[in-house]
Design a protein around this ligand. Structure first.
Ligand code: ADP
Ligand code: MG
Length: 683
């Protein structure tokens, strides 16, 4: 079998299943092998019963206090028992497993593993699995891969497909060698790729997993640096062949803003104007914290381009965000009587709508084009694209930014990022860009008030949220999961919203939004939320980037320990966007010392730059392994924070390769693969 063979050549995968794989970006054998697990199931260590915490998995070693009792209720059999260890007791409940009664006997010791639910004043283990202690110890050595899922694909299905492939003796992996030049592989003593691929999917142990990951992360970073830098090294900086003489509409737009620009915004605009009138094409990154007002800069610059007769394109990482930008620009232009035409192009538009948009773009009628990565499809042609803007650029792969650029003839490039990263890392990551640091938030903002609490605080938080709603405001509640999962710990959007509906008064509307909803449903929900018809929006991290609803004043984040600091900071940035006092509540049941430290960093500061520095300090290499924490630049496996050491090495290796003329066929498409919407690191 070849890496380029369709996955239907794998035994057990028919056209229907292949279609599902395609929606995950997996089309051929090679891309399936590069579809890395996003986590691994590790059977947790045995803990004392007193450490039970609501919502988390607990494994306890103990014995039954008395025999399991079985009763029937509404056609179901319900078995219950009490387990005890030296620290205490906990009741267990099983549904439709009456036979346990004769297999699990008092007097013997077992390991019980299940999710902890609250039951009155105490806790209960729901449907716990039961193991012999020795068997459980053996299982604990095992790491089972967990893949991103979509469209009804099952984790076991993906596991099986990958295993079949790996065990296939005829699999020809020679093209793998192209992923890193041999000289670099030797120089940096990297593991064989095949070995790494096998171990990333089915690690023999933690050590093997770490090594495999190191190799693949290196490869990913190396390819990233190699591709952006070799292009730069090859060409001279493109010359600025455009003129931006007209300033009237640009100045008019700025003069109509209902606020005065911050110092940061003014200096960023100044630098942009300098670039646009300078000898070379602009290649600039605006790095400004969440809420610092980057959109205004983008819009003003696009107006400037338009009044000089040029088209501009702005690419956003999600449809929700692209639509938000389009709608606010459209409304503003209408209000101000600006005759420029904005056009939206999103993947989920109908074929007819897309055709119409593309026609407007290619004829040049569209002055300002806003969209997702749909913009970089081959069929999209511009007439005179002079300015390309990437919003939330850390969410895109580098190839995508480059592709948008190719739609014009050496256009001016502006990228905006709200994820401030530590200076040391920024210097490596953005070596190819000029950077405008946009410090400071609009003056009229009150700093967000933060608190980190445990789950027992929830009711107080709900009362608080209700008060805010009664004052006319709105709230977000973020959960890490979409629906209840057997294998993953954590609150999920669907049951959480259901629970809230039972807790809040009937007139409080509770909506949900997550990555698996259709675009229409998402749009509708966001619309309702913007109109304040939804008061509490329960969401996954889909709302992490860019969303601007200034009336929302409370952000409550469940299982805060599951997110990286930069994600938490981004999420918090959804509030504090208006004049009213805003609040952020980080909820975590974790007693882990490091979690507490990390949350404290967030509570102590609202400054993204400072948080980024602290984050880097707090995260040792290899820590939080398996969970994608920052998701910056949508690397599929690397994390620029936790893998900062590898990042440095890979950067150095790429420079070495370019300087020494080490060429290789840079085919790697990993970053592309992961940045299609819906496959962003959203669970
Ligand atoms: P971000 O930098 O996170 O993209 P936005 O551009 O979405 O931030 O701006 C957040 C909010 O702040 C918007 O409602 C915007 O109108 C407002 N805003 C932008 N600049 C200023 C300013 N100088 N003074 C007051 N409000 C501002
Ligand atoms: Mg923004």
């Amino acid at each position: 079998m070849q890496l380029t063979d369709s996955i239907t050549t794998i035994k057990g995968i028919g056209p229907k299943t292949a279609e599902k794989f395609r929606s995950l970006g997996v089309e051929n054998v090679g891309s399936l092998l590069s579809f890395y697990p996003r986590d691994y199931i590790r059977y947790n260590k045995v803990e004392p019963i007193v450490d039970a915490q609501e919502g988390y998995f607990l494994s306890v070693m103990g014995s039954l206090k008395s025999k399991i009792s079985v009763r029937r209720f509404k056609g179901r059999s319900i078995s219950t028992a009490v387990v005890r260890d030296e620290s205490g007791e906990i009741s267990c409940i099983w549904f439709n497993m009456p036979y346990l009664k004769s297999t699990i006997l008092p007097g013997r010791t077992y390991v019980f593993r299940g999710r902890v639910k609250r039951k009155g004043k105490t806790f209960e283990l729901v449907q716990p699995e039961v193991y012999q202690p020795e068997k459980y110890e053996i299982l604990r050595q095992d790491l089972q891969p967990v893949y991103r899922l979509k469209d009804g694909l099952k984790n076991t299905g993906i596991q099986k497909a990958v295993r079949t492939l790996i065990e296939d003796e005829g699999l020809d992996i020679t093209p793998f060698e192209n992923y890193i030049p041999g000289k670099i592989k030797d120089r940096y003593h990297l593991e064989d790729r095949k070995e790494a691929i096998i171990n990333i999917h089915f690690p023999k142990g933690e050590k093997e997993l770490e090594q495999a990951r190191e190799r693949l992360v290196f490869e990913e970073f190396f390819n990233f640096f190699y591709s952006i830098r070799s292009e730069k090294a090859g060409k001279n900086r493109p010359v600025n062949h455009l003129s931006f003489k007209n300033r009237e509409k640009f100045n008019f737009y700025l003069s109509t803003l209902p606020f005065s620009l911050t110092e940061g915004q003014k200096s960023a605009l100044g630098e942009i104007l300098n670039d646009l009138t300078g000898p070379f094409a602009m290649n600039r990154l605006i790095q400004g914290d969440v809420g610092s007002g980057k959109t205004v800069i983008a819009v003003a610059t696009m107006i400037l381009a338009a009044e000089n007769g040029y088209q501009s394109a702005m690419m956003a990482p999600t449809e929700v965000l692209a639509k938000q930008h389009y709608e606010s620009i459209f409304a503003e232009f209408t209000k101000l009587g600006l005759e420029f035409k904005p056009v939206l192009l999103n993947g989920s538009m109908t074929a007819a709508q897309k055709r119409e948009a593309k026609a407007l773009i290619s004829s040049g009628e569209a002055d300002i084009v806003i969209g997702t990565h749909a913009l970089i499809q081959e069929s999209v042609e511009f007439r005179n694209l002079a300015l390309v803007i990437t919003d939330e650029q850390h969410r895109f792969g580098v190839n995508q930014r480059a592709k948008l650029q190719l739609k014009g003839l050496n256009p001016h490039v502006l990228v905006m990022s709200a994820t401030p990263i530590p200076r040391t890392l920024a210097l490596i990551m953005y070596k190819d860009l000029d950077i405008s640091l946009m410090k400071g938030l609009p003056l009229e903002r009150l700093p967000i008030k933060n608190c980190a609490v445990d789950t027992s605080y929830r009711n107080t938080a709900y009362r608080f949220i209700l008060n805010e709603i009664r004052e006319g405001h709105q709230a977000y509640i973020v959960c890490p999961l979409i629906e209840e999962s057997e294998n993953l710990d954590g609150e999920d959007v669907i049951s959480y919203a259901e629970r809230l509906r039972g807790i809040f008064p009937k007139d409080i509307n509770i909506g949900i939004i997550h990555g698996e909803m259709s675009q229409e449903e998402k749009d509708h929900t966001m619309e309702q939320f913007k109109k304040n018809c939804i008061h509490i929006l329960v969401s996954t991290t889909v709302i992490e980037v860019g969303i601007n609803v200034p009336n929302a004043t409370v952000m409550m984040i469940e299982n805060a320990e599951r997110f990286g600091l930069s994600t938490l900071h981004q999420l918090r940035g959804r509030v504090g966007r208006g004049k009213a006092q805003s609040y952020c509540i980080f909820v975590s049941g974790s007693k882990n010392e490091n979690t507490r430290k990390r949350l404290k960093v967030l509570c102590d500061s609202n400054d993204g730059f400072k948080i980024a520095e602290e984050d880097l300090k707090l995260r040792g290499p290899g820590e939080l392994f398996g969970t994608r924490q920052s998701g910056i630049l949508s690397f599929s496996i690397g994390d620029i924070y936790t893998d900062a050491e590898i990042l440095k090495k890979a950067s150095e290796a790429a420079d070495y390769a370019i300087e020494n003329g080490i060429l290789f066929n840079n085919k790697y498409k990993g970053s592309d693969l992961l940045t299609n919407e819906g496959t962003l690191p959203i669970i």
